[in-house]
Design a protein around this ligand. Structure first.
Ligand code: FES
Length: 238
């Protein structure tokens, strides 16, 4: 960060500066992990324009590993920084959304309860615009990420904080950078309770069949963003 950027960050106020501290080079005291810079691209391999994302639509890309899916969302509203806690009581400051409206967020799509995740065949977990549609599982609010396996509900506007169900911690956040000039998005790391080791342990055979020998490789350079409805044949809603 050069002097001009520092002054601009100060002008944004303490909340925004907090976000810079967490997501930028001064994040040593936070639990963010540098997972490599990966440019998000469309299915033609071109840099994805953030402005091309439709608000409140589920998009999926893979990061930090070839087999680990991530939800990318334009919430259509600003997401402010929020203090959160992992299940082993480590606190962290989620930096909020990025982009011109601070509405762009990304979270690991691996449910923090029993690690349900979207595959090409089936997805029990996704963002839902509005409230839950199943009266037996009342929604804890609008515009949440729901896991239909056991009905955990996460608020993507608050760092995927758990609002209902058995999950014990927020979805792991994926840190994004938005290049305002090019309108591109780059994933840079993760923040919060990672479950990747558990995920690979639980689904070792399944993942090797789905993804092949690259499953545990870190994504290098680029990751393709697709709408969940295109990525997955059967997105389940509950
Ligand atoms: S696996 Fe998602 S709520 Fe149980």
């Amino acid at each position: 960060m050069d002097r001009r950027e520092f002054v601009e960050a100060c002008a944004l106020g303490s909340g925004a500066l907090g976000a810079v501290l967490v997501s930028g080079a001064w994040a040593a005291s936070a639990v963010s992990r540098d997972r490599g810079r990966v440019l998000l691209v469309n299915d033609l391999g071109e840099p994805l324009k953030a402005s091309s994302l439709r608000p409140q639509v589920n998009y999926v890309f893979h990061y930090p590993f070839e087999a680990t899916p991530v939800f990318l969302l334009d919430l259509g509203k600003a997401a402010q920084p929020v203090a959160l806690q992992t299940r082993d009581r480590k606190t962290y400051q989620w930096p909020g959304g990025v982009g011109p409206r601070r509405s762009l967020v990304a979270f690991s799509a691996i449910c923090a309860h029993k690690l349900v995740y979207p595959t090409k065949e089936l997805s029990f977990i996704s963002f839902r615009k509005g409230a839950a549609i199943n009266p037996q599982t009342p929604s804890k609010g609008n515009d949440l990420i729901h896991c239909c396996a056991d009905h955990s509900q996460y608020d993507p506007a608050r760092g995927a904080q758990v609002l209902g169900g058995p999950a014990e911690q927020p979805l792991c956040a994926v840190l994004l950078e938005h290049d305002a000039k090019a309108d591109t998005l780059t994933a840079t790391g993760t923040l919060g309770g990672e479950l990747f080791d558990d995920f690979f342990q639980k689904y070792e055979m399944k993942i090797s069949l789905e993804v092949g020998p690259r499953a545990r490789q870190q994504v290098a350079g680029r990751s393709t963003v697709r709408e969940l409805e295109q990525f997955c044949r059967n997105p389940v809603r509950c």
